[in-house]
Every structure is written in C-alpha cells, then in structure tokens.
Design a protein around this ligand. Structure first.
Ligand code: AGP
Length: 617
C-alpha cells in the first residue's frame, strides 16, 4: 500500500521527509519520490523505482534544501513499477506536483476529457488528477481560495479512493490535501506541520495528530491548518497553536506510542520484535480494555446473531472469537470474509451485531463490508489496533487493542490481542446474557498465559528447537497444518504466516477433513504440522497422525502431551491453559514461519507482493 508524507517548516523538508518516508517502508512499495519547491519556488521532482536508498542516492547528488516537500512510496496498481510511473506526478505547465494513495476508478473518463489539451507521461491513474487540477486552475490566479475551489471540484468529480498531498509553484511553505477512503493524518508541530498516511512517519517530531475524514480538503503551512468538508461546508482552522474555528468538530488526538515502539529495538526484524512483544501487548490490552468493555457491553443490545467479518489473520481471530462467544455468551455466531460479505444479501436478523476486526482499521474490503452493514441498518462494532483509524470512526462502537504499532506485514501481536479481546468480550456478553460466569475464574488464567508466553520466549532451548525444525521445513515446497476446535483456526493462521513470508505453499485444514481429500497429498515430500493439544480432541488427532505416518508423511507435533514426542519426526512442547491454550500454541507457529523465512533469506518484514494494510481492492 502506498505511503505519503508532507512536511513544511523551518527544517530542510527533504531530509525530514526522507526519514519520515523510511518509517513507512513497512507498508510495502516498489518505487519512491519527492517533490519540493526550490529557492526560486519552482517545482522540482526526484523519483526512482526500487528501494528508498535509490531515491536517497539521487537526492544526495543534488543535495537540495527546501521548506516544503511531499514524498511517496508507491505500491503499483495502475502502470508497472518504473521511474516514470513513480510519484510525484506533475501537470503540463509544472504549476503543481502531487502524491496519491488509493485508486481513481473513473480515471479513464477524466483522461478522455482532458486528452486534447494535456500530455500524459505515465500510465498511472494518479497523473490525471494533476492535469484535472491544472485544467481547473487554468484561468485562475494560483492562490489558496482558487485551489480549494479546484479541489472541491475534484472531490465532486472523482470516483475512487485518495489521500492526496499537493504543492504549488510559488506557494511557499504550503501543502494542500484531500482525503477519501485512504488514510491521511496531520502531525501538529511547533512552527512545522506534517501530513502522512499514518502517524509512524512523524512520531519522532510530534504525537499531536488530527485524523482526516472523507471529503475533507484543506492546506497547511508551518503555523496554520485549514480543513474544509466538501459536503457540509464545515471548517476547522488552527493558527499558531490556537483553534480559531471548529464547526467541523475535529479532535486533536495524542498518540500513546513513542517512536522506539515503531523501531526494531535491536531485533533483526520487526516481526521478531513483535512476536516477543506479545506478553506486554496482551497485558496492555487486557488492562486497557477493562473499563471500556463493561461500558461498551452495557450500551450494546443483546443480538440474536453475531456476524464476524475480517480479512486474513484478523479473520482467523474471528474464528476463535466464534468459539469463545458461543461457549461463554451462548450467542450464535457466523464468520464471513469481508471480501465475500460485502456482496452478500445480508440475510440476517435485523438485530444482528456485526463485529469487524482489523489491525490497521484501513482494509478496503473490511471497510466496504462495514459500510454495507451500516447502510442496511445493522449495528457495528470494530476491533482495531490503530487509534483514529477509519474503521474506528465509522463503526457504531469501537474496542481498541493495545498492541502498539505493528510494523511487520505478517501480523502477530495484533492477532493475539484480537483473540484476547474476544475472550474478554465473550465474558461480558455472557454476563449480560444471564450466564453464570465468574470473573475471577474466567480471567485468572490471563496472567498465567502472559507468564507462560514470557517463559517460552526466554527458554533458548525452545527457540533452538524451532530453528532446527525451520531449517528442515525450508527444504519443502508444500506443507499442511492440521488442528481441531481452537486449533483449526490456528492451523489456518500458522499456514498463512508460513506462506506469506517464506513463499512455501502451506494450507491449514480441519484435521477431521484429512480423509476427505488432503490425505491424498501426503508422502515423504509433504510434511504436516499437527496441532495436538488436549483441547483438540487428542485421540482423534493421534489417529490423523498415524494415518499420515502410514503414508510416509513427516509430522511436526505441537502438543502439551510429552508422550507424543516419539509419535512424530519433530516435537514442540507447549503448555495447556484450557480456553487460552490457543494463545500459547500460536507463538511457536509464528516463530516457525519467521525462522523459516529468515533461513531462506527472504525480506521477512516486507514480503513480496504484500502490503501491511490492503487499502485497495
Ligand atoms: C496477516 O499476516 C496479513 N498481513 C494479512 O492477512 C492481514 O491480516 C489482513 O490483510 C488484514 O489486515 P487488517 O487486520 O489490518 O485488516
């Protein structure tokens, strides 16, 4: 997913912006670029396909100075990765440069209307916006009110998603913006201001943030922030630190993270750091949610059905959530991929509660499904890890996880905090539903869980054992993860972790399904990871393992039962903690994927073709 950054202030915007852009690298990209106003206030553009260091080499050659610059990391949607297609894009007369995150759905139609008077250089959808603005500023003086008028027209004419940063020739220390569906936030500094796709970019400079909403346009200078809502005409104006106008009711939020949390802190990769952060992330989430949950569930009407919807890892968390809620709150649940739910007929009882789970809070399919549910009058709850994310502002209710910034594309601590959130939610909904639940017995295991996770991670024997298995697993092209009950969603999640960072084909399967097809795959070249903890109907799982071994299949057994050690080719010892065992079992699966990908020498944090948050469809 693209990343955008804008800076204006008294520092060299090129250097500040470049470092800020590097903090968005985790989003995944294939090219990058910068546009800035030089000493004569003319637009200059430097861009390059490939990693940011290639852009940096080009910048170092010129070593420019400017107080106004916009930056971009591109994740190609229209037009292959190339210098030409990289952002920023300019208009014919170079009166402006812009960077964009999102997709312009009607760009062909706009291009068709402009082609007689404009020369297009790239194959991107984004470039049409530069010419659209140029066309609508043609007869106008280049000044703020005319630019805002042209931006208003853009919002009214363009279909699709966009987070835009735009600079104009001669308009020193001024950056314009527009936002719809793609995240964009303002970092408020002292005599300097930032724009970025997410707060990680400018955390070292400021924790004061304004999150922009759909149909908001505006501009910022080092001392001024102006926001205008195209549909309502409402405004926000902050000047020299004072709020002058706020009919738009914008909030200035304080980000609770510090920049070290968004850096590797001595770990080789963000993913490993985030795996090791899980005990703390779980503790922060459990403690952070206590008040919120009681109050939230009090406001919720007991639904006759709960519909979970999410993508990827968050979807797997919802599968565990279904088990928890059905067990502890006696409420029927279904889980739907957001990319499927959004097109469904929503044949659900009117009082159904939709629970959308999203670490980033920006996933396009999840947002689309949420909007569809809301349009049909359903109540919606979002479980997300990012303060002020789009999903948190569009759902009727929000429950935050407190995992801290999750930078690595492969989601780990977000998953475990999502699962714990659902474990807690199930208790409060169960109480509301009149079930005889005891707070102490339900939650006493949470601190035992956190302790056991810490112990597992501190035991170098565990890590060495998993590294050994990873080296062996790395030699295969295919593998199967199998589990029952809680361990079925874990099998799906373990398989996703392995495939997305080691590129080994891995499938998660309900163990009971083995004889309905997958067992045909098994031979000595097709290893199986069997999740065999007590709560997964162990006897049945032992049967699966026997069937696999009878076909020369190799088996890695993950279990709390020592006597299974001799059953397989490899053994990973985990503890048993009843309904929270799943949060013990996921840890070795995350480590197995991590060490395998690292052993294969892949880019663990930014795997090929993937983005941290899929904000495009
Ligand atoms: C998980 O490791 C993947 N990065 C991916 O499946 C991710 O979980 C999915 O894209 C959903 O992201 P979200 O939680 O931010 O909505």
């Amino acid at each position: 997913m693209c990343g955008i950054v804008g800076y204006t202030g008294n520092l060299n915007a090129i250097r500040v912006g470049l470092e800020a852009l590097k903090r968005l690298e985790y989003r995944g990209y294939d090219s990058s670029g910068v546009a800035y106003l030089d000493k004569e206030k003319n637009i200059q553009v430097i861009k390059s396909q490939g990693k940011i260091r290639k852009l940096e080499e080009k910048i170092d050659k010129i070593n420019p100075y400017s107080n106004t610059a916009i930056f971009h990391t591109r994740w190609a949607t229209h037009g292959e990765p190339s210098d030409i297609n990289a952002h920023p894009h300019i208009d014919c007369k170079k009166i402006l440069a812009l960077v964009h995150n999102g997709i312009i759905e009607n760009y062909r139609e706009i291009k068709e209307n402009l082609k007689d008077n404009h020369k297009f250089i790239s194959k991107t959808d984004t470039e049409v916006l530069a010419h659209f603005l140029e066309e609508n500023l043609n007869k106008e003086k280049l000044e703020t009110k005319n630019i805002l008028k042209a931006l208003k027209l853009l919002v009214e004419s363009v279909k699709g998603s966009y987070a835009l940063n735009i600079i104009f020739k001669d308009l020193d220390k001024t950056i314009f913006f527009a936002r719809k569906d793609s995240p964009l936030c303002i970092g408020i500094g002292e005599d300097e201001n930032f724009l970025a796709s997410d707060v990680t970019a400018f955390l070292p400079y400021t924790k004061k943030v304004i999150f922009l909403d759909d149909f908001e346009i505006g501009y910022l200078t080092p001392q001024k922030i102006y926001i205008y809502h195209v549909k309502t005409g409402k405004e926000f104006l902050l000047e020299s630190g004072k709020i002058i106008k706020n009919t738009l009711n914008k909030k200035i939020e304080n980000i609770p993270w510090d920049v070290s949390q968004a850096q590797k802190g001595g770990f080789k990769h963000f993913m490993l750091k985030e795996i090791f952060e899980q005990p703390k992330a779980l503790e922060d989430t459990f403690l952070g949610q206590k008040e919120v949950l009681e109050n939230l569930v009090e406001r919720l009407k007991l639904p006759s059905l709960i519909v979970f919807s999410a993508c990827g890892t968050s979807y797997h968390a919802s599968l565990i959530g279904k088990i928890y809620l059905e067990k502890f709150s006696n409420l029927p649940c279904i889980c739907e991929y957001a990319s499927e739910l959004r097109y469904s007929k929503f044949p659900y009882p009117k009082d159904a509660l939709f629970i959308f789970i999203s670490q980033s809070g920006e996933t396009a399919d999840t947002l689309a499904a949420l909007r569809e549910a809301k349009k049909r009058g359903f109540k919606t709850l979002a479980i997300t890890n990012v303060l002020g994310s789009t999903i948190s502002r569009e759902a009727d209710y929000v429950l935050y996880t407190y995992a801290g910034p999750e930078i690595s594309v492969a989601s780990t601590k977000a998953f475990s905090t999502q699962v714990l959130s659902l474990y807690s939610l199930a208790y409060y909904l169960g109480k509301k539903n009149g079930l005889n639940l005891n707070y102490k017995s339900h939650f006493s295991k949470v601190f035992t869980l956190i302790e056991k996770l810490r112990n597992f991670l501190e035991n170098s024997e565990n890590l060495k054992n998993i590294q050994e298995i990873s080296k062996w697993l790395a030699s295969f092209k295919n593998t199967l993860y199998i589990g029952r009950y809680y361990n079925y969603p874990l099998a799906l999640e373990g398989a996703l972790k392995l495939k997305e960072i080691s590129y080994i084909h891995a499938e998660g399967y309900a163990a009971g399904e083995m004889k309905h097809g997958p067992i045909a795959l098994i031979d000595e070249n097709f290893p199986v990871i069997a999740l065999a903890t007590k709560d997964s109907y162990l006897e049945k799982l032992k049967g699966n393992i026997e069937e696999i071994k009878a076909r020369k299949g190799k088996v890695v057994i993950l279990s709390d039962e020592e006597n299974l050690k001799s059953y397989g080719d490899f053994f990973i010892k985990v503890d048993y903690l009843e309904d929270l065992t799943c949060l013990l079992n996921i840890l070795p699966l995350q480590l197995l994927a991590y060490y395998t990908a690292d052993f294969l020498g892949y880019d663990v944090d930014q795997p090929r073709n993937l983005a941290k948050s899929v904000t495009v469809e």
